[in-house]
Write a protein that binds this ligand. Structure first.
Ligand SMILES: Cc1cc2nc3c(=O)[nH]c(=O)nc-3n(C[C@H](O)[C@H](O)[C@H](O)COP(=O)(O)OP(=O)(O)OC[C@H]3O[C@@H](n4cnc5c(N)ncnc54)[C@H](O)[C@@H]3O)c2cc1C
Length: 497
Protein backbone atom coordinates (compact mmCIF):
# COMPACT_ATOMS: atom_id res chain seq x y z
CA UNK A 1 0.00 0.00 0.00
CA UNK A 2 1.55 3.31 -1.07
CA UNK A 3 1.26 6.49 0.90
CA UNK A 4 0.28 10.01 -0.04
CA UNK A 5 3.50 11.94 -0.62
CA UNK A 6 3.81 14.43 2.15
CA UNK A 7 4.50 18.15 1.78
CA UNK A 8 5.64 17.98 5.38
CA UNK A 9 4.69 20.68 7.83
CA UNK A 10 7.98 22.09 9.02
CA UNK A 11 8.15 25.00 11.47
CA UNK A 12 7.08 22.86 14.38
CA UNK A 13 8.03 25.53 16.91
CA UNK A 14 8.99 25.24 20.59
CA UNK A 15 6.24 24.98 23.22
CA UNK A 16 4.52 28.26 24.03
CA UNK A 17 5.35 30.21 20.86
CA UNK A 18 2.89 32.97 19.86
CA UNK A 19 0.42 32.86 16.97
CA UNK A 20 1.55 34.58 13.82
CA UNK A 21 0.45 38.19 13.63
CA UNK A 22 0.88 41.38 11.67
CA UNK A 23 2.65 40.80 8.38
CA UNK A 24 3.52 37.15 9.03
CA UNK A 25 1.66 34.67 6.82
CA UNK A 26 -1.50 33.31 8.40
CA UNK A 27 -1.71 29.61 9.06
CA UNK A 28 -4.62 27.28 9.77
CA UNK A 29 -4.14 23.85 11.34
CA UNK A 30 -6.73 21.13 10.79
CA UNK A 31 -6.79 18.18 13.21
CA UNK A 32 -7.69 15.03 11.23
CA UNK A 33 -7.28 14.29 7.52
CA UNK A 34 -10.51 12.45 6.86
CA UNK A 35 -13.69 13.67 5.18
CA UNK A 36 -14.39 16.79 7.27
CA UNK A 37 -10.72 17.76 7.71
CA UNK A 38 -9.92 17.50 3.99
CA UNK A 39 -12.99 19.48 2.94
CA UNK A 40 -12.31 22.17 5.57
CA UNK A 41 -8.70 22.36 4.30
CA UNK A 42 -10.02 22.82 0.76
CA UNK A 43 -11.97 25.91 1.90
CA UNK A 44 -9.29 27.31 4.23
CA UNK A 45 -6.71 27.21 1.44
CA UNK A 46 -8.54 30.18 -0.11
CA UNK A 47 -8.17 32.22 3.09
CA UNK A 48 -4.89 31.22 4.76
CA UNK A 49 -1.37 31.29 3.37
CA UNK A 50 -0.73 27.80 4.76
CA UNK A 51 -3.07 25.04 5.75
CA UNK A 52 -1.60 22.12 7.68
CA UNK A 53 -3.59 18.94 8.09
CA UNK A 54 -2.32 16.95 11.07
CA UNK A 55 -3.28 13.26 10.74
CA UNK A 56 -2.27 10.48 13.08
CA UNK A 57 -2.42 7.84 10.31
CA UNK A 58 -0.10 7.58 7.33
CA UNK A 59 -2.48 8.25 4.43
CA UNK A 60 -2.60 5.50 1.78
CA UNK A 61 -2.17 6.42 -1.87
CA UNK A 62 -5.07 4.19 -2.81
CA UNK A 63 -8.64 3.41 -1.80
CA UNK A 64 -7.75 1.34 1.26
CA UNK A 65 -9.16 1.24 4.79
CA UNK A 66 -6.93 2.74 7.50
CA UNK A 67 -6.96 2.45 11.32
CA UNK A 68 -8.13 6.04 12.02
CA UNK A 69 -11.43 5.46 10.18
CA UNK A 70 -12.64 2.05 11.43
CA UNK A 71 -16.17 2.75 10.17
CA UNK A 72 -14.87 2.61 6.59
CA UNK A 73 -15.54 -1.15 6.43
CA UNK A 74 -19.28 -0.48 6.70
CA UNK A 75 -21.87 0.75 4.20
CA UNK A 76 -21.36 4.44 3.33
CA UNK A 77 -23.95 5.89 0.97
CA UNK A 78 -23.57 9.44 -0.25
CA UNK A 79 -26.99 11.13 -0.34
CA UNK A 80 -28.07 13.87 -2.74
CA UNK A 81 -27.38 16.82 -0.39
CA UNK A 82 -23.85 15.52 0.09
CA UNK A 83 -23.30 15.00 -3.64
CA UNK A 84 -24.38 18.58 -4.30
CA UNK A 85 -22.16 20.02 -1.54
CA UNK A 86 -19.15 17.96 -2.67
CA UNK A 87 -19.69 18.98 -6.26
CA UNK A 88 -19.67 22.65 -5.29
CA UNK A 89 -16.44 22.21 -3.28
CA UNK A 90 -14.67 19.94 -5.77
CA UNK A 91 -16.37 20.32 -9.17
CA UNK A 92 -16.44 17.09 -11.14
CA UNK A 93 -15.99 14.83 -8.12
CA UNK A 94 -19.32 13.02 -8.53
CA UNK A 95 -18.37 12.12 -12.10
CA UNK A 96 -14.95 10.91 -10.88
CA UNK A 97 -16.62 8.70 -8.30
CA UNK A 98 -18.89 7.18 -10.91
CA UNK A 99 -16.03 6.68 -13.33
CA UNK A 100 -14.12 4.91 -10.56
CA UNK A 101 -17.03 2.47 -10.32
CA UNK A 102 -19.18 3.88 -7.50
CA UNK A 103 -22.68 2.56 -8.32
CA UNK A 104 -25.50 5.05 -8.85
CA UNK A 105 -28.65 3.67 -7.27
CA UNK A 106 -32.00 5.28 -8.10
CA UNK A 107 -34.48 5.51 -5.24
CA UNK A 108 -37.13 4.13 -4.99
CA UNK A 109 -36.80 2.43 -8.42
CA UNK A 110 -33.68 0.36 -7.74
CA UNK A 111 -34.20 -0.58 -4.09
CA UNK A 112 -36.38 -3.10 -2.32
CA UNK A 113 -37.06 -0.89 0.67
CA UNK A 114 -38.93 -1.60 3.91
CA UNK A 115 -39.38 1.42 6.19
CA UNK A 116 -41.87 2.43 8.88
CA UNK A 117 -43.37 -1.04 8.62
CA UNK A 118 -44.22 -0.85 4.89
CA UNK A 119 -42.77 -1.77 1.50
CA UNK A 120 -41.94 1.15 -0.78
CA UNK A 121 -43.54 1.25 -4.21
CA UNK A 122 -40.73 1.08 -6.82
CA UNK A 123 -41.79 4.12 -8.82
CA UNK A 124 -39.27 6.05 -11.00
CA UNK A 125 -36.22 7.40 -9.16
CA UNK A 126 -36.48 10.87 -7.61
CA UNK A 127 -33.09 10.66 -5.85
CA UNK A 128 -29.84 8.76 -6.35
CA UNK A 129 -27.44 7.27 -3.87
CA UNK A 130 -23.75 6.90 -4.65
CA UNK A 131 -22.86 3.60 -3.06
CA UNK A 132 -19.10 3.29 -3.63
CA UNK A 133 -17.06 2.13 -0.65
CA UNK A 134 -16.00 4.67 1.95
CA UNK A 135 -12.26 4.17 1.20
CA UNK A 136 -12.96 4.97 -2.48
CA UNK A 137 -14.90 8.16 -1.69
CA UNK A 138 -12.30 9.36 0.81
CA UNK A 139 -9.39 8.54 -1.51
CA UNK A 140 -10.80 10.54 -4.42
CA UNK A 141 -11.45 13.54 -2.15
CA UNK A 142 -7.97 13.22 -0.60
CA UNK A 143 -6.31 13.08 -4.02
CA UNK A 144 -8.07 16.27 -5.12
CA UNK A 145 -7.53 18.27 -1.91
CA UNK A 146 -3.88 17.32 -1.40
CA UNK A 147 -3.06 18.21 -5.00
CA UNK A 148 -3.46 21.86 -3.89
CA UNK A 149 0.05 23.15 -3.09
CA UNK A 150 -1.39 25.39 -0.37
CA UNK A 151 -2.39 22.31 1.69
CA UNK A 152 0.36 20.38 3.51
CA UNK A 153 0.11 17.35 5.78
CA UNK A 154 1.81 16.20 8.95
CA UNK A 155 1.13 12.45 8.76
CA UNK A 156 1.80 9.89 11.47
CA UNK A 157 1.43 12.86 13.80
CA UNK A 158 -1.02 13.03 16.65
CA UNK A 159 -2.45 16.15 18.27
CA UNK A 160 -2.34 15.77 22.05
CA UNK A 161 -3.32 19.25 23.23
CA UNK A 162 -3.86 22.91 22.40
CA UNK A 163 -1.76 26.04 22.79
CA UNK A 164 -3.43 29.19 24.12
CA UNK A 165 -5.65 30.27 26.96
CA UNK A 166 -9.30 30.80 27.87
CA UNK A 167 -9.66 33.63 25.35
CA UNK A 168 -7.76 32.35 22.29
CA UNK A 169 -6.38 29.11 20.91
CA UNK A 170 -2.99 29.67 19.28
CA UNK A 171 -1.98 26.27 17.96
CA UNK A 172 -1.76 22.57 18.70
CA UNK A 173 0.64 20.35 20.62
CA UNK A 174 1.70 17.32 18.58
CA UNK A 175 3.88 14.25 18.86
CA UNK A 176 4.94 11.61 16.42
CA UNK A 177 2.59 8.67 16.65
CA UNK A 178 4.00 5.85 18.69
CA UNK A 179 6.46 8.01 20.67
CA UNK A 180 6.07 7.93 24.48
CA UNK A 181 3.44 9.93 26.36
CA UNK A 182 5.47 13.09 26.93
CA UNK A 183 8.37 12.50 24.53
CA UNK A 184 9.01 14.68 21.51
CA UNK A 185 6.18 17.13 22.13
CA UNK A 186 6.17 20.05 19.70
CA UNK A 187 3.91 23.05 19.14
CA UNK A 188 2.44 23.92 15.80
CA UNK A 189 1.50 27.58 15.93
CA UNK A 190 -1.64 28.69 14.10
CA UNK A 191 -4.09 31.56 13.75
CA UNK A 192 -6.94 29.09 13.42
CA UNK A 193 -7.28 25.51 14.68
CA UNK A 194 -10.08 23.37 13.21
CA UNK A 195 -10.98 20.17 15.02
CA UNK A 196 -12.00 17.49 12.51
CA UNK A 197 -10.84 14.52 14.58
CA UNK A 198 -14.16 12.68 14.47
CA UNK A 199 -16.79 11.56 16.94
CA UNK A 200 -14.23 10.58 19.63
CA UNK A 201 -12.60 14.04 19.58
CA UNK A 202 -10.60 14.87 22.71
CA UNK A 203 -10.83 18.62 22.09
CA UNK A 204 -13.26 19.30 25.01
CA UNK A 205 -10.58 18.02 27.42
CA UNK A 206 -7.81 19.94 25.63
CA UNK A 207 -9.85 23.16 25.92
CA UNK A 208 -10.42 22.59 29.63
CA UNK A 209 -6.66 22.02 30.06
CA UNK A 210 -5.84 25.53 28.77
CA UNK A 211 -8.56 27.09 30.95
CA UNK A 212 -11.13 27.54 28.14
CA UNK A 213 -14.75 26.49 28.44
CA UNK A 214 -15.46 23.04 26.96
CA UNK A 215 -18.70 22.69 24.99
CA UNK A 216 -21.88 21.25 26.46
CA UNK A 217 -22.44 17.81 24.94
CA UNK A 218 -25.83 16.45 23.85
CA UNK A 219 -26.01 12.68 23.45
CA UNK A 220 -28.63 10.18 22.35
CA UNK A 221 -27.65 6.53 22.08
CA UNK A 222 -29.87 3.71 20.83
CA UNK A 223 -27.06 1.17 21.30
CA UNK A 224 -27.18 0.38 17.58
CA UNK A 225 -24.46 -2.06 16.50
CA UNK A 226 -23.36 -2.77 12.91
CA UNK A 227 -21.71 -5.80 11.34
CA UNK A 228 -20.64 -5.79 7.69
CA UNK A 229 -19.21 -8.23 5.17
CA UNK A 230 -18.23 -7.97 1.49
CA UNK A 231 -19.62 -10.51 -1.02
CA UNK A 232 -18.81 -11.33 -4.59
CA UNK A 233 -21.59 -9.82 -6.72
CA UNK A 234 -23.98 -12.70 -7.04
CA UNK A 235 -25.67 -14.00 -10.15
CA UNK A 236 -29.03 -13.88 -8.35
CA UNK A 237 -31.62 -13.04 -10.95
CA UNK A 238 -34.55 -13.38 -8.58
CA UNK A 239 -34.79 -9.59 -8.36
CA UNK A 240 -34.41 -6.68 -10.78
CA UNK A 241 -33.52 -4.33 -7.90
CA UNK A 242 -29.94 -3.24 -7.15
CA UNK A 243 -30.22 -3.70 -3.40
CA UNK A 244 -32.21 -4.19 -0.23
CA UNK A 245 -32.78 -1.63 2.49
CA UNK A 246 -34.58 -2.63 5.68
CA UNK A 247 -34.85 0.32 8.09
CA UNK A 248 -35.34 -0.42 11.81
CA UNK A 249 -38.19 1.17 13.75
CA UNK A 250 -39.45 0.94 17.36
CA UNK A 251 -41.52 -2.15 16.54
CA UNK A 252 -38.83 -3.94 14.48
CA UNK A 253 -35.32 -3.04 15.61
CA UNK A 254 -33.23 -5.01 13.09
CA UNK A 255 -31.84 -3.42 9.94
CA UNK A 256 -30.13 -4.51 6.71
CA UNK A 257 -28.47 -2.79 3.79
CA UNK A 258 -27.39 -4.83 0.76
CA UNK A 259 -25.80 -2.55 -1.83
CA UNK A 260 -23.34 -2.81 -4.70
CA UNK A 261 -19.94 -1.14 -4.28
CA UNK A 262 -17.20 -0.77 -6.92
CA UNK A 263 -15.35 -3.72 -8.51
CA UNK A 264 -18.40 -5.97 -8.79
CA UNK A 265 -18.71 -6.49 -5.05
CA UNK A 266 -21.68 -6.18 -2.73
CA UNK A 267 -21.42 -4.83 0.82
CA UNK A 268 -23.92 -6.16 3.34
CA UNK A 269 -24.50 -4.43 6.67
CA UNK A 270 -26.80 -5.86 9.35
CA UNK A 271 -27.74 -4.00 12.52
CA UNK A 272 -29.36 -4.62 15.87
CA UNK A 273 -29.71 -2.83 19.19
CA UNK A 274 -27.87 -3.23 22.50
CA UNK A 275 -28.11 -6.86 23.63
CA UNK A 276 -29.09 -7.98 20.11
CA UNK A 277 -25.93 -7.08 18.18
CA UNK A 278 -25.21 -8.92 14.90
CA UNK A 279 -22.46 -11.57 15.26
CA UNK A 280 -19.08 -11.24 13.54
CA UNK A 281 -18.67 -14.82 12.30
CA UNK A 282 -20.01 -15.75 8.85
CA UNK A 283 -22.57 -18.33 9.96
CA UNK A 284 -23.86 -16.19 12.82
CA UNK A 285 -24.07 -13.19 10.48
CA UNK A 286 -26.17 -15.09 7.94
CA UNK A 287 -28.35 -16.54 10.67
CA UNK A 288 -28.97 -13.09 12.19
CA UNK A 289 -30.72 -12.06 8.95
CA UNK A 290 -33.60 -14.39 9.91
CA UNK A 291 -34.63 -11.72 12.44
CA UNK A 292 -35.50 -9.28 9.66
CA UNK A 293 -39.19 -8.75 8.83
CA UNK A 294 -38.84 -10.63 5.52
CA UNK A 295 -36.72 -13.67 4.48
CA UNK A 296 -35.31 -12.06 1.31
CA UNK A 297 -31.98 -10.86 2.80
CA UNK A 298 -31.42 -14.19 4.54
CA UNK A 299 -32.12 -16.03 1.27
CA UNK A 300 -29.64 -13.74 -0.53
CA UNK A 301 -26.91 -14.34 2.09
CA UNK A 302 -27.30 -18.13 2.00
CA UNK A 303 -26.49 -18.12 -1.73
CA UNK A 304 -23.78 -15.42 -1.74
CA UNK A 305 -20.02 -15.94 -1.37
CA UNK A 306 -18.27 -13.82 1.31
CA UNK A 307 -14.89 -12.36 0.33
CA UNK A 308 -14.03 -10.59 3.59
CA UNK A 309 -14.17 -11.10 7.33
CA UNK A 310 -17.25 -9.78 9.15
CA UNK A 311 -16.41 -6.49 10.89
CA UNK A 312 -18.41 -5.10 13.82
CA UNK A 313 -18.93 -1.50 14.98
CA UNK A 314 -20.69 -0.23 18.12
CA UNK A 315 -19.85 3.44 18.62
CA UNK A 316 -22.94 4.91 16.94
CA UNK A 317 -24.47 7.42 19.39
CA UNK A 318 -25.71 10.83 18.24
CA UNK A 319 -23.31 13.36 19.82
CA UNK A 320 -23.52 17.12 19.41
CA UNK A 321 -20.99 19.52 20.92
CA UNK A 322 -22.34 23.05 21.41
CA UNK A 323 -19.30 25.01 20.22
CA UNK A 324 -21.80 27.44 18.73
CA UNK A 325 -22.60 28.71 22.24
CA UNK A 326 -19.18 29.19 23.80
CA UNK A 327 -15.49 28.72 23.18
CA UNK A 328 -12.30 30.68 22.63
CA UNK A 329 -11.40 32.61 19.49
CA UNK A 330 -9.23 30.76 16.99
CA UNK A 331 -10.91 27.38 17.46
CA UNK A 332 -13.63 25.70 15.35
CA UNK A 333 -15.06 22.20 15.12
CA UNK A 334 -16.49 20.50 12.04
CA UNK A 335 -17.73 17.08 10.88
CA UNK A 336 -18.28 14.36 13.47
CA UNK A 337 -16.21 16.29 16.04
CA UNK A 338 -19.03 18.85 16.02
CA UNK A 339 -22.05 16.66 15.37
CA UNK A 340 -22.05 12.87 14.87
CA UNK A 341 -25.16 10.91 13.92
CA UNK A 342 -26.58 7.44 14.17
CA UNK A 343 -25.13 6.05 10.90
CA UNK A 344 -28.33 4.24 9.95
CA UNK A 345 -29.59 7.49 8.34
CA UNK A 346 -26.49 7.76 6.08
CA UNK A 347 -25.82 11.46 6.68
CA UNK A 348 -22.35 12.00 8.20
CA UNK A 349 -20.27 12.39 5.01
CA UNK A 350 -22.92 14.67 3.51
CA UNK A 351 -22.89 16.84 6.63
CA UNK A 352 -19.07 17.05 6.57
CA UNK A 353 -19.43 18.50 3.06
CA UNK A 354 -22.32 20.81 4.06
CA UNK A 355 -20.20 22.02 7.01
CA UNK A 356 -17.39 22.93 4.58
CA UNK A 357 -19.82 24.81 2.32
CA UNK A 358 -21.08 26.73 5.39
CA UNK A 359 -17.47 27.47 6.39
CA UNK A 360 -16.78 28.85 2.92
CA UNK A 361 -19.86 31.05 3.00
CA UNK A 362 -19.17 32.35 6.52
CA UNK A 363 -15.51 33.12 5.80
CA UNK A 364 -16.51 34.92 2.64
CA UNK A 365 -19.33 36.90 4.23
CA UNK A 366 -17.29 39.39 6.26
CA UNK A 367 -13.83 40.85 6.13
CA UNK A 368 -12.68 39.23 9.37
CA UNK A 369 -15.55 37.17 10.74
CA UNK A 370 -15.28 36.23 14.41
CA UNK A 371 -14.84 32.56 15.24
CA UNK A 372 -18.25 32.31 16.94
CA UNK A 373 -20.01 33.74 13.86
CA UNK A 374 -18.32 31.12 11.68
CA UNK A 375 -18.95 28.29 14.16
CA UNK A 376 -22.65 29.12 14.37
CA UNK A 377 -22.95 28.95 10.58
CA UNK A 378 -21.16 25.58 10.46
CA UNK A 379 -23.32 24.30 13.32
CA UNK A 380 -26.54 25.34 11.53
CA UNK A 381 -25.56 23.26 8.52
CA UNK A 382 -25.74 20.12 10.74
CA UNK A 383 -29.14 20.99 12.19
CA UNK A 384 -31.41 19.18 9.72
CA UNK A 385 -29.46 15.94 9.93
CA UNK A 386 -29.58 16.15 13.74
CA UNK A 387 -33.35 16.73 13.69
CA UNK A 388 -33.83 13.64 11.50
CA UNK A 389 -31.46 11.38 13.40
CA UNK A 390 -32.20 12.45 16.98
CA UNK A 391 -35.90 12.89 16.21
CA UNK A 392 -36.22 9.29 15.01
CA UNK A 393 -33.93 7.81 17.66
CA UNK A 394 -35.96 9.29 20.52
CA UNK A 395 -38.69 6.81 19.61
CA UNK A 396 -36.41 3.74 19.73
CA UNK A 397 -36.68 1.43 22.74
CA UNK A 398 -33.91 1.83 25.35
CA UNK A 399 -32.49 5.09 23.94
CA UNK A 400 -30.27 6.78 26.55
CA UNK A 401 -28.56 10.17 26.93
CA UNK A 402 -29.42 13.74 27.87
CA UNK A 403 -31.12 14.37 24.48
CA UNK A 404 -33.29 11.23 24.64
CA UNK A 405 -36.39 12.76 26.23
CA UNK A 406 -39.27 13.74 23.91
CA UNK A 407 -40.66 17.22 24.56
CA UNK A 408 -44.43 17.75 24.66
CA UNK A 409 -44.13 20.58 22.09
CA UNK A 410 -42.63 18.17 19.55
CA UNK A 411 -45.53 15.70 19.68
CA UNK A 412 -47.81 17.21 16.97
CA UNK A 413 -44.84 17.51 14.59
CA UNK A 414 -43.75 13.93 15.34
CA UNK A 415 -47.29 12.68 14.76
CA UNK A 416 -47.37 14.43 11.37
CA UNK A 417 -43.91 13.18 10.35
CA UNK A 418 -44.88 9.61 11.27
CA UNK A 419 -47.83 9.93 8.87
CA UNK A 420 -45.53 11.35 6.17
CA UNK A 421 -43.29 8.29 6.55
CA UNK A 422 -46.23 5.91 6.24
CA UNK A 423 -47.62 7.69 3.16
CA UNK A 424 -44.16 8.00 1.57
CA UNK A 425 -44.12 4.23 1.01
CA UNK A 426 -47.01 4.17 -1.44
CA UNK A 427 -47.59 7.78 -2.59
CA UNK A 428 -45.02 9.01 -5.17
CA UNK A 429 -45.59 12.70 -4.33
CA UNK A 430 -45.07 12.26 -0.59
CA UNK A 431 -42.28 9.77 -1.26
CA UNK A 432 -40.34 12.25 -3.42
CA UNK A 433 -40.67 15.04 -0.81
CA UNK A 434 -39.70 12.68 2.01
CA UNK A 435 -36.61 11.39 0.16
CA UNK A 436 -35.50 14.88 -0.75
CA UNK A 437 -35.65 16.05 2.89
CA UNK A 438 -34.04 12.86 4.19
CA UNK A 439 -31.20 13.18 1.69
CA UNK A 440 -30.59 16.77 2.88
CA UNK A 441 -31.46 18.22 -0.54
CA UNK A 442 -34.49 20.19 0.69
CA UNK A 443 -35.51 21.52 4.10
CA UNK A 444 -37.74 19.55 6.47
CA UNK A 445 -40.25 22.39 6.21
CA UNK A 446 -40.94 21.30 2.61
CA UNK A 447 -42.81 18.33 4.10
CA UNK A 448 -45.41 20.76 5.44
CA UNK A 449 -46.29 22.22 2.01
CA UNK A 450 -50.10 22.20 1.46
CA UNK A 451 -50.07 19.58 -1.34
CA UNK A 452 -47.99 17.21 0.81
CA UNK A 453 -50.25 17.83 3.83
CA UNK A 454 -53.33 17.04 1.69
CA UNK A 455 -51.78 13.79 0.44
CA UNK A 456 -50.71 12.83 3.94
CA UNK A 457 -54.30 13.14 5.21
CA UNK A 458 -55.56 10.37 2.90
CA UNK A 459 -54.93 6.74 3.84
CA UNK A 460 -54.10 5.13 0.46
CA UNK A 461 -53.39 1.47 -0.28
CA UNK A 462 -50.15 -0.23 0.90
CA UNK A 463 -47.55 -1.05 -1.76
CA UNK A 464 -47.11 -4.71 -2.80
CA UNK A 465 -43.94 -6.72 -2.11
CA UNK A 466 -41.45 -5.12 -4.49
CA UNK A 467 -38.85 -7.80 -5.31
CA UNK A 468 -39.75 -7.30 -8.96
CA UNK A 469 -40.83 -4.06 -10.50
CA UNK A 470 -42.17 -5.84 -13.53
CA UNK A 471 -40.58 -5.64 -16.96
CA UNK A 472 -37.21 -4.79 -15.41
CA UNK A 473 -33.96 -6.51 -16.37
CA UNK A 474 -32.45 -8.91 -13.82
CA UNK A 475 -30.15 -7.38 -11.21
CA UNK A 476 -26.85 -8.53 -12.69
CA UNK A 477 -27.64 -6.99 -16.10
CA UNK A 478 -28.87 -3.74 -14.53
CA UNK A 479 -25.74 -3.44 -12.40
CA UNK A 480 -23.53 -3.76 -15.44
CA UNK A 481 -25.52 -1.07 -17.21
CA UNK A 482 -25.60 1.32 -14.21
CA UNK A 483 -21.89 0.98 -13.52
CA UNK A 484 -20.75 1.46 -17.06
CA UNK A 485 -23.48 3.78 -18.29
CA UNK A 486 -23.11 7.52 -18.91
CA UNK A 487 -21.91 9.54 -15.91
CA UNK A 488 -23.39 12.89 -16.85
CA UNK A 489 -26.70 12.50 -15.03
CA UNK A 490 -25.35 14.71 -12.27
CA UNK A 491 -25.33 18.13 -13.79
CA UNK A 492 -24.15 20.21 -10.84
CA UNK A 493 -25.25 21.70 -7.56
CA UNK A 494 -28.99 21.57 -6.74
CA UNK A 495 -29.97 19.69 -9.84
CA UNK A 496 -29.98 16.42 -11.59
CA UNK A 497 -30.63 13.92 -8.82
C1 LIG B 1 -20.74 2.38 10.96
C2 LIG B 1 -20.86 3.73 10.27
C3 LIG B 1 -21.50 3.81 9.05
C4 LIG B 1 -21.66 5.05 8.43
N1 LIG B 1 -22.35 5.16 7.25
C5 LIG B 1 -22.48 6.36 6.66
C6 LIG B 1 -23.20 6.50 5.43
O1 LIG B 1 -23.79 5.55 4.92
N2 LIG B 1 -23.25 7.74 4.83
C7 LIG B 1 -22.64 8.81 5.41
O2 LIG B 1 -22.71 9.91 4.82
N3 LIG B 1 -21.99 8.72 6.58
C8 LIG B 1 -21.90 7.54 7.22
N4 LIG B 1 -21.21 7.45 8.40
C9 LIG B 1 -20.66 8.66 9.00
C10 LIG B 1 -19.27 8.99 8.47
O3 LIG B 1 -18.40 7.89 8.63
C11 LIG B 1 -18.73 10.19 9.25
O4 LIG B 1 -19.73 11.14 9.42
C12 LIG B 1 -17.57 10.84 8.54
O5 LIG B 1 -16.51 9.94 8.44
C13 LIG B 1 -17.13 12.07 9.33
O6 LIG B 1 -15.87 12.44 8.91
P1 LIG B 1 -14.88 13.18 9.92
O7 LIG B 1 -13.75 13.62 9.08
O8 LIG B 1 -15.61 14.17 10.73
O9 LIG B 1 -14.40 12.06 10.97
P2 LIG B 1 -13.64 10.71 10.73
O10 LIG B 1 -13.92 10.18 9.38
O11 LIG B 1 -13.96 9.83 11.89
O12 LIG B 1 -12.10 11.07 10.75
C14 LIG B 1 -11.40 11.57 11.86
C15 LIG B 1 -9.93 11.67 11.45
O13 LIG B 1 -9.20 12.30 12.50
C16 LIG B 1 -7.99 11.57 12.75
N5 LIG B 1 -7.63 11.84 14.15
C17 LIG B 1 -8.36 11.52 15.25
N6 LIG B 1 -7.74 11.97 16.35
C18 LIG B 1 -6.61 12.59 15.94
C19 LIG B 1 -5.57 13.26 16.62
N7 LIG B 1 -5.56 13.39 17.97
N8 LIG B 1 -4.55 13.79 15.90
C20 LIG B 1 -4.53 13.66 14.54
N9 LIG B 1 -5.50 13.03 13.84
C21 LIG B 1 -6.53 12.51 14.54
C22 LIG B 1 -8.37 10.13 12.45
O14 LIG B 1 -7.25 9.32 12.19
C23 LIG B 1 -9.27 10.31 11.23
O15 LIG B 1 -8.51 10.37 10.06
C24 LIG B 1 -21.11 6.22 9.05
C25 LIG B 1 -20.47 6.12 10.29
C26 LIG B 1 -20.37 4.90 10.91
C27 LIG B 1 -19.74 4.85 12.29
Amino acid sequence: MGEVPERTAEALGGRGAEPSSGASPRRAVVIGGSMAGLLAARVLADHYARVTVVERDRLPESADPRPGVPQSRHTHVLVTGGQQALESLLPGLVGELREAGAPWVGVPRDLVQWQAGAWYRRTPATAHLLTGSRPLTEWLIRRRVLADPRVETAQGTEVVGLEGDAARVGGVVVRERGSGASQGLRSLIADLVVDASGRSSKAPGWLAAIGAEPPREETLDTGLAYASCVYRAEADDSTDSLGYYIVPNPGQVHGAVVLPVEDGRTLVTLSGLRGGEPPTDHDGFTDFARRLPDPLVHRWLVKAEPVSAVHGFRNTANIRRRYDRSGPEGFLATGDALCAFNPVYGQGMAVAALNAVALREALGSRRTPGTRHVQRAVFRSSQQAWDISAGSDKTMPGATGNAAASRAVDRPVNWYLARVQRRAAADPLVGAAFRSALSLASPLTSLFAPRIARAVRSEGRPAPHPTRRGGGRPRAARLRREQHGPVNQFTGPRSGT
